[in-house]
Design a protein around this ligand. Structure first.
Ligand code: ZN
Length: 620
């Protein structure tokens, strides 16, 4: 999408507005100091000295793939004080605390924590309401050494909530101050805590500016030194996400009220179009000052709203994982696609009975039937012949048991159990009977994230080729509008033969399109969808429902995974969600995307790994 001149112009205006605002606050002080209190200060002018005042840069803004704004900045006033004036004057400090509405102990603590020198301001209250600002101005003489600073506060303006993707900001912790040593962070600074705000902290933050102010012997500002001595702040860079705000809002709406996760991505480049975890939380709670009661309730909530289920939730994948057993069985030539297994509703093994979900039995099944009907007995049989070692090897080939590398902090890698794992857990020889049968149908100690399952759908859609899933598409300079595009890392699973991919793809076609397929509910008619359902038993209540897949079948442009915790079944809980999202994608989003892909020629590229580690690498 080409940027219009108007657009750049409007951002320039926002930035100059910001600088202007800071200037105004300083000017107000100046008038007060120079005119109102001129006499007082004139007498002390011989003892003047110079103090460095920092100018906070506006934080980078965040846009969706069509440049629809998602996160903007609002000005926010922060009250700071110069410790000098309160040295040994506890009564005055307590008085101040009650005047500005801060807990006295908290105020004492802020001063202690933020103290650097007696003439360096310490932040004592964020997000000061306007009425209080006016009162502070009136009582300026009662409370010497007070300063008002402006800081940006996040404002969320998208149609979607995107809580887990965007993440929130918060005051820097002591551990973070240590970890970010040497990067100009100070106590009281605001820093990205989760999501993209954290992952791209270095890109979004910008650089502080400095200005010199002449102060008197008591550290009070008398006048600003000439403009040429300023170092203006350098604004943070903007993020252009791969998220489509409307598709995201649709997915969020469909997951609301459930404990669930959904991710839809473009298999041609790994760009994530929608990623939602439910329940979520309102990011506005974190803008300004977070109410501790809200935080406590978020942490205590048994539905875990702070958890990003897409990247951090670990679940047994159930029957969706039969695809891995199929890859191993076919590629190792254990079975041919025509090999048949008869399902009588259960399989006896090692003195135990392993049931098929269809108690009456599926009868004689080849691979295509077994995938479409999700027959357990077929995959028990195949899994036994594959064996644990080969099964674990194919799991790892298809990138399970390790994080995908998505650009979000805290991603988990799941667990692919192998012989070593079982030996350690149950003792040598203590685990053989039946272990492989459970793993072959995606049960047992195996754990995956919904994002890993979407990645599998992408790899199958592309017959072995994959891209690291990611959320940031480009970094943009807010002053020039110039962009640097993200070039995702790619990989290829070459050990699996092309015809094996074709067979598994055809099996997934049957799930949605053949009679008796478990994903028939996602048959869209005009667009051919392929997929695999899963219903995963778990010790915590009803089975989890899964559905993974891609569309259109012949030239995939969207791959997906939807997971519903304790949803009952894949076909009942997850398939209807996917159907609605795909319908919306093919009816509303796709036409706009056609133009987007044609008209875009970014000037330069940067790799995903290098941007989050260093701002210096990105210069749009
Ligand atoms: Zn069966």
């Amino acid at each position: 999408m080409a940027k219009t001149g108007l657009d750049i112009e409007s951002r320039r205006r926002v930035f100059s507005w910001f600088l202007g605002l800071m200037f105004l606050v300083l000017l107000a002080r100046l008038v007060q100091l120079q005119i109102v209190q001129h006499e007082v200060y004139f007498r002390q002018s011989e003892k003047n000295r110079v103090r460095l005042v920092t100018l906070e840069p506006p934080r980078g803004q965040i846009y969706d793939r069509n440049h629809r704004p998602l996160v903007e900045n609002l000005p926010c006033y922060t009250l700071a004080l110069l410790p000098y004036h309160y040295r040994g004057k506890e009564a005055l400090l307590l008085n101040l605390a009650s005047f500005v509405g801060v807990d006295p102990n908290e105020l004492l603590q802020s001063v202690r924590k933020g103290y650097r020198t007696e003439f360096q301001p310490v932040k004592v209250r964020r997000d000061v309401p306007f009425e209080l600002l006016a009162q502070i101005q009136e009582r300026w003489l009662d409370f010497p050494g007070l300063l008002i600073e402006t800081e940006p506060k996040r404002s969320y303006v998208g149609q979607s909530r995107l809580s887990h993707v965007l993440g929130y900001l918060g005051e820097i912790a002591e551990s973070e101050l240590k970890a970010w040593k040497g990067e100009d962070y100070r106590p009281g600074d605001i820093i990205g805590k989760t999501g993209l705000e954290r992952q791209y902290e270095r890109v979004l933050r910008g650089r502080r500016g400095y200005q010199y102010v002449e102060v008197d012997a008591l550290g009070r500002e008398i006048r600003m030194l000439p403009m040429e001595k300023w170092t203006p702040p350098s604004p943070g860079l903007d993020l252009i996400l791969s998220i489509d705000d409307r598709l995201q809002a649709k997915l969020e709406e469909l997951l609301r009220g459930k404990r669930a996760a959904g991710v839809f991505l473009d298999p041609r480049n790994g760009e994530i179009l929608a990623l939602a975890s439910s329940p979520d939380y309102d990011l506005h709670w974190f803008a300004g000052v977070l109410d501790p009661a809200i935080w406590d309730s978020l942490v205590a909530d048994p539905c875990k709203p702070l958890l990003n289920r897409v990247t951090q939730g670990l679940y047994p994948p159930g029957s969706t994982y039969k695809l891995i057993t199929a890859f191993a069985g076919l590629n190792e030539r254990v079975f041919s696609p025509e090999s048949r297994v008869t399902c009588g509703g259960a399989l006896a093994y090692g003195g135990r009975t392993f049931a098929c979900w269809y108690a009456q039995g599926h009868g004689s099944q080849d691979l295509y039937d077994a995938i479409a009907h999700s027959c357990n007995v077929y995959f028990y049989t195949m899994g036994m012949r594959v064996g644990l070692d080969r099964w674990a090897r194919y799991s790892k080939l298809l990138r399970f048991g390790q994080p995908t590398g998505v650009d979000l902090p805290g991603e988990r890698g799941g667990l692919v159990p192998d012989a070593q794992y079982f030996d350690a857990r149950y003792g040598k020889g203590g685990w053989v009977g039946g272990t492989m049968l459970n793993l072959a149908i995606g049960q047992g100690d195996l754990l995956t994230t919904p994002l890993q399952m979407a990645q599998l759908a992408m790899v199958v859609a592309n017959r072995g080729k994959g891209y690291v899933p990611h959320l940031v598409r480009a970094i943009e300079n807010p002053l020039t509008g110039r962009q640097v595009a993200v070039r995702p890392d790619s990989f290829e699973v070459r050990e699996i033969r092309p015809e094996v991919y074709d067979i598994v793809r055809e099996g997934m076609w049957g799930v949605v399109n053949a009679p008796g397929g478990t994903g028939r509910g996602c048959n869209l008619g005009d667009v051919v969808v392929a997929g695999k359902t899963g219903t995963a038993q778990n010790p915590h209540g009803d089975p989890h429902g899964w559905f993974i897949g891609f569309a259109p079948y012949d030239s995939p442009e969207i791959a997906f995974c939807v997971f519903v915790e304790n949803g009952g079944s894949g076909s009942g809980a997850a398939v209807p969600v996917v159907r609605e999202v795909l319908r919306f994608y093919f009816d509303e989003v796709r036409t706009e995307r056609a133009g987007e892909l044609a008209g875009r020629t970014p000037t330069s590229f940067v790799s995903l790994a290098s941007i989050s580690s260093s701002r210096a690498e990105v210069r749009p």
